[in-house]
Ligand binder design. Structure first.
Ligand code: FES
Length: 105
């Protein structure tokens, strides 16, 4: 099970073990990670599951879909690089030891 560290907006850190195949958003909700709202329940329609990932993971995850990229325009303070919708990211061993930043809302 990959270990994922959530870096919260207030500076706190939350380290979790995530289940492969679940989404990063589901992992956050199941563990009550503050700052992940997921109003649309993973339909890529609300941007309230916005996270910021390190550049090396962005490369490993591959390109963002056009729809996700459009939705990120509605996220709080999206970054030019590193912003993703956590509902669109499947947990895999590629995410082991990654730090996921939750932007301040
Ligand atoms: S949960 Fe709504 S966009 Fe991800």
């Amino acid at each position: 099970m990959p270990k994922i560290k959530f870096l919260l907006a207030d500076g706190a850190e939350l380290a979790l073990e995530a289940e492969n195949g679940r989404t990063l958003m589901e992992t956050a909700l199941e563990n009550s990670v503050p700052g992940i709202i997921a109003e649309c329940n993973g339909s890529a329609a609300c941007a309230t599951c916005h996270v910021v990932l390190p550049e090396e993971i962005m490369v490993a995850l591959g390109p963002i879909s056009e729809h996700e990229n459009d939705m990120l325009d509605f996220a709080e303070a999206p970054r030019e690089s590193g912003s993703r919708l956590s509902c669109q990211i499947r947990v895999s061993d590629a995410l082991d030891n990654v730090s996921v930043r939750i932007p301040a809302a």
